[in-house]
Each structure stands twice: as C-alpha cells, then as structure tokens.
Design a protein around this ligand. Structure first.
Ligand code: FAD
Length: 623
C-alpha cells in the first residue's frame, strides 16, 4: 500500500457492516480502504451460522436489490433453506438459510478481493484523525496515519469488549479475537453519547458425541429456496437437515442452581441483552411456568463436526454448561468444543446520527452495525451498505440517500435508530414496519433496484435481468386484464370445479385470479389460459399484485398523506425552546433526539399530534 495516498472512504472493521460498506463505496467508484484486524475473519459470523428469518430476510433481499453481497454469499454457503410463515400472507413470508460458516467467509472474501476500487489492509485502527469537527483519517496500531475524506466505523462488539463465563471475565472482541481498547478510549474522548450492551452465544457441541436418532430431523424446503435475485439452486452446496431437541425440568433445575454464579444474575454484567434472543438462564427465570424450551440443533458446516445448539445461549460457569447440555435428549454424552459466553461492549447512541448514518457531531464520520446498538448480521449489513454509500457520496460532493419507511425495512431500521434510539440490542421484525404489505421480500427488487441503478450500486447483469422480469410482469398483467372467460365457453367448464361459485357471467382472468380460492398456477393449468410465465418470481409478482391490489392501494394513499410531514424539514439551527406553545417535556425530548424532519419528530414517543401542529405553525411563520 502506498502510504501517501488519500482515500475517499476508509472503512474500519471487516464484519457484516464493514464488508457491505466497503463494497458499496467501491461499487459507486470511490477509492476505498477496508481496514480490519484479520483478513481471515472477513465476513465471520460471530454467533449462529444462519442468515435471514422474519424481518431479517426482508433486509437481506433489500441489500441484494441494491447490489450487496449477503444474499449471494448465502446462496453459495447455505446448507439448509426454508421459507418461514409459508402458509401466511406474502408480507410476513421470510427466507432463512443455515450457512456453512467457512463457505460464507470464503464467499464474502471472494467478492471483496474481486471488487475494483477496494483495497484491504490487515491492521487494527487505534485512533481517528479529527480536526475541529471534521474527520480526516485514521491511525493504525503500528502508527500509520492514513488520510481519508470520510471514515465508516463498523467495529461490532469489539469496542472495550469484555467476555464473561460465569464469574470470570476478560477483555476480547469475541472469543478468540482481541478487543479494540485504544479506539474505544479515543472515541470516549469525543462528544458522543455512549453506553454498554451485552449479547451471548451458546456452547458448541461435537456432533460425533450426539445421538440424533432421538431428535426430530428438520429438512429444508423442497424446492430449495434461493436468496439472491442473481442466485440459483446450482450455487447451493450439499443440503443437510437440522434437528430439534428440548430442555426439560432437569435442565431448568441445573440452571436455577447455577444462578448464584451467573454474571447476569449477580450484577457483574450491567449491559442490557437482546430481549428477543435471551440467554437460557433468562428464559428459565422469566418463563418459570414453562418446563421445556425448543432447541434447534444446527450444523456449523459441511466440513466440521461442530454443532450450534440454537436456544441455549449462556454465560453460566462452564461446569453448569456441561451439565445443562447433557441433561437434554440426545446430548447425554455431548462433548462441548467451545464454551458459551456473554460479551459486553460499547455502543453509540444512534440518535446522534443523521438518516445517512453520518454523525451529527463529527462531519464525515459514519457509523454502522452493532456499534449503533443493533444485533444481527442482516441489520449490520443493511446499515453498512447505506453508510458506505453515503460516505462515498459525501466524498464525491453528492447529496446523501437513505430509503424512507415506506420504501424499505432499511428505512424503518435507520429511522427507528436515528429517531428513537435504543435501550437494548435492536433487531428487525415485520411488526416494526407500518407499511408491511408494501415491504415484502418478493418485491424488494421492485422497490429498490431502479434506485440502486441510479446510485451506481447495481451492475449491468442485474439491471438486465431485472428489466426483463419487469417487462414480463407488465405484459402478463395486461394479458390477464384483456382476456375474458364466458360461462358458455369450454374454458369455463374446466374452471368451475376450481371456483367456489360457478361462472354466471363473463369475467376477466384478472378478476378470476383475485378470487381467494384461485391461484396463478391453477389458473394457468387450464387449456386456453396457460401455460403463463415460466419465471416463478415474475409469476409470483403477478399473483401478489393482482390479489392484493386493494390493500396496496389503501397503503399507498396513507403514505401520500404522511409524505407531507416527511418532506417538511426542521432547520438545524431551530431552537425548540423558542417555539411558543411547546411544553418543557416536549422541548427536552426534541432537543434530545434532534429530529431532521417533522415526520421524524412525530415518531418520537411522547411527541403528541398537538405538538406537531404547533411545530408546523411555527415553521410556517418562520417562512
Ligand atoms: P462484527 O461482525 O463484530 O465485525 C466487526 C469487525 O470489526 C471485526 O472483523 C473486527 O475484527 C473488526 N474490528 C473491530 N475493531 C477494529 C479496529 N479497531 N480496527 C480494525 N478492525 C476492527 N446476533 C444475533 O442476531 N443473534 C444472536 O444471538 C447474536 N449473538 C451474538 C453473540 C456474540 C458472542 C457475539 C459476539 C455477537 C452476537 N450477535 C448475535 C451479533 C452479530 O454477531 C452481530 O450483530 C454482527 O456480527 C454485527 O456485525 P458488525 O459488522 O457490526 O460487527
């Protein structure tokens, strides 16, 4: 590396946020450097080797729609794929894949190493170069000073990371990795709001010591789902099943007896843990009346015997871990290969960030991933892509871009963080989005790929495939609108057995598909109507758009009304204390959150519609 060169963007950290950030910045043409502790751990999954799930799968599809790496890497590494909520409505259906940890790392590394404009350098970053309120570059562990127009921080759980197993604790970024102590000290000197959170992971188990014959096997779905718009089943490695076992009353007794040596229950750990991914000791205490919890026994990969027992994340002492694991069916002889542990780490209050993920306090410094109080690879990757994009846009003197809440879960995630902040590790759920019906996995490409192309994130191959799909969908929708079935026609005879009430008058194919009992595949099975589209994604799109047209229309109306607030910006110099008619409590909340728009202000808890009216009147007066 040439030491005198100036970078447009330096990304610190090669985890899920950092890799998407570096790739996005480089894709749009910025000269980018990815600085990370260890090149071997690029794209490393610190906890469960799985990608997607409800809400999270939506984020992965959106990252993909903007040209990101996560979905395609999962297609190359996934060893068991499922569609969750398959029997429910399209809004909450979600793809999830168990991944081979090593294959996932390799897939991410391959993309990184082949990305033009991107250099990787293995070095810890110990310091930031900040002049006034402007970031100017970074200083590495060996004292190299690297200059950059913008810097993206994606250091995950590593900032002042403290690992706990029972009452013993030591510094670490995650088990086996160093913490980032020097950088944590430096960041604490900057005027940023900072706090502590914690997360945990289960002990890993050697599959050769497990009796699978007494467990329930859980194979993946057939046909095997595909994650990326550019993916295919041909990319998937061998598919293998997961298994299910349960905790029992003996397990729970062992856990309760160990609580006096639990760092969580004895107050040694102060950081708040993830509510929706609690440790087993937390579950046993909080749900004391439940005498069993389901444990998914997930393979870590095709070339390792290690298993990930999903559901028994713990920081209990190691002897308690051994006993609790061995009390479960199939695990009686289990050999633990790595102990479970909890980790506490620094995170920064995301309310100090703009929607672009740039700091409101230090210009040119962007934050993404676990450092912003989120948990999960998908949440990290999503933020990384937006932070990297905007860091690169700023370096090129371009306006920032962030999706809105009605455009993407990415928008919901960033708006929730920047507006409301978080007191516990934040993870995505479909329930966090008010426009769920519009933000489906199946239309992530339709929502975002065109914008991604305009931003320079989407390459020619994806754009061509997307354009072909859109053309096929539009043509097919038109065909279904234009073609009618008369009750006396031979087609009606084949159709009637599929309908609740036989045809009594002429119907278009579009109105027939709208009937609840009808689906696209059945309609196309009828001579003279089918065969229809052979691209299953395009066919799904036609079906969803026609069936849910009414609901979609209603959500679009609501969004149009809400848009006015979203587009009304609050001047940065506005002193809320000077706005007549706002209560002291409202002023304090607005000053705390520093919303950028009236829409953001309206979502802060305790900001009433009356306060919003007062703000709007004041803005009007200001002209
Ligand atoms: P990371 O993936 O942690 O990546 C950070 C990267 O930055 C690393 O490569 C690191 O080496 C590098 N780095 C850090 N400091 C520096 C520096 N100063 N200089 C250079 N490089 C640096 N998520 C869930 O959804 N469910 C769970 O149950 C869960 N449990 C977890 C348990 C544990 C023990 C841990 C550690 C994480 C857990 N997670 C869980 C969280 C998940 O791993 C993270 O949310 C995700 O990895 C965050 O991605 P990231 O890119 O922000 O950070």
């Amino acid at each position: 590396m040439n030491l005198d060169q100036h970078f447009d963007v330096i990304v610190i950290g090669g985890g899920h946020a950092g890799t998407e950030a570096a790739l996005a910045a480089a894709r749009i043409g910025s000269k980018t450097l990815l600085l990370t502790h260890n090149i071997e751990t690029l794209g490393q999954m610190s906890c469960n080797p799985a990608i997607g799930g409800i809400g999270k799968g939506h984020l992965v599809k959106e990252i993909d729609a903007l040209g990101g790496a996560m979905a395609l890497a999962t297609d190359r590494a996934g060893i068991q794929f499922r569609i969750l909520n398959a029997s429910k409505g399209p809004a909450v259906r979600a793809t999830r894949a168990q991944a081979d940890r090593a294959l996932y790392r390799a897939a991410i590394r391959q993309v990184i190493e082949n990305q033009p404009n991107l250099q990787v350098f293995q070095q810890a970053c110990d310091d930031l170069i900040v002049e006034g309120d402007q970031v100017k570059g970074v200083v590495t562990q060996m004292g190299l000073r690297l200059s950059a127009t913008t810097v993206v921080l994606t250091t995950g759980t590593f900032l002042a990371g403290q690992i706990h197993i029972g009452l013993q604790n030591y510094s670490g970024g995650r088990a086996g990795d160093p913490p980032a102590i020097a950088l944590a000290h430096r960041l604490r000197e900057l005027p940023l709001r900072i706090d502590r959170l914690k997360t945990g992971t289960p002990p890993r188990i050697d599959a050769r010591s497990v009796d699978f014959s007494v467990m329930q096997a859980q194979p993946g779905d057939t046909p095997t789902p595909v994650f990326s718009f550019m993916g295919s089943r041909d990319l998937h490695p061998q598919q293998i099943p997961c298994y299910i076992t349960h905790t029992n009353s003996e397990t729970h007794d062992i856990i309760r007896a160990g609580l006096d040596r639990s760092p969580m229950f004895t107050g040694v750990i102060e950081g708040v843990g993830p509510r929706y991914c609690p440790s087993i000791e937390d579950k046993v205490t909080r749900f004391a009346d439940k005498n069993a919890h389901q444990i998914f026994v997930e393979p870590e990969g095709l070339t390792t015997h290690e298993l990930y027992p999903n559901g028994i994340s713990t920081s209990l002492p190691f002897d308690v871990q051994v006993n609790l694991v061995r009390s479960m069916k199939g695990f009686e002889q289990a050999h633990i290969t790595r102990p479970g542990y909890a980790i506490e780490y620094d995170f920064f209050d995301p309310r100090d960030l703009k929607a672009s993920l740039e700091s409101k306090i230090i210009n040119g410094l962007f934050f993404a991933g676990q450092i912003n109080g989120t948990t999960g690879y998908e949440e990290a990757g999503a933020q990384g892509l937006i932070a990297g994009l905007n860091a690169a846009r700023q370096a090129a003197d371009l306006e920032p871009w962030s999706p809105t809440r009605d455009q993407a879960y990415l928008g919901v995630l960033i708006d929730d963080l920047a507006t409301l902040g978080t007191k516990e590790p934040y993870r995505m759920f479909t329930s966090r989005a008010e426009y769920r019906l519009l933000l489906r996995e199946d239309n992530a490409d339709i929502r975002l790929t065109e914008k991604g192309r305009e931003l320079g994130l989407v390459d020619d191959a994806r754009w061509q495939r997307f354009s072909d799909k859109m053309e096929a969908v539009e043509q097919e929708k038109q065909r279904l609108k234009d073609n009618w079935v008369h009750p006396s026609h031979a087609t009606a005879e084949q159709l009637n057995p599929l309908l609740k009430t036989p045809l009594s008058r002429e119907h278009s194919l579009e109105t027939l598909l709208r009937r609840p009992e009808m689906n696209y595949q059945d309609l196309m099975s009828i001579d003279g109507i089918g065969p229809g589209l052979d691209d299953s994604e395009a066919a799904e799109q036609v079906e969803v758009q026609i069936k849910y047209a009414g609901y979609i229309e209603r959500q679009l109306d609501e969004i149009a009304k809400q848009k006015r607030h979203e587009n009304t910006l609050l001047p940065t110099e506005l002193d809320f204390a000077q706005v007549p008619g706002l209560s002291n409590e409202v002023v304090a909340k607005l000053n705390d959150a520093k919303p950028q728009s009236v829409g953001q202000a309206s979502r802060i808890s305790g900001i009433t519609p009356a306060a919003i009216s007062v703000l709007l009147v004041h803005l009007k007066k200001m002209g």
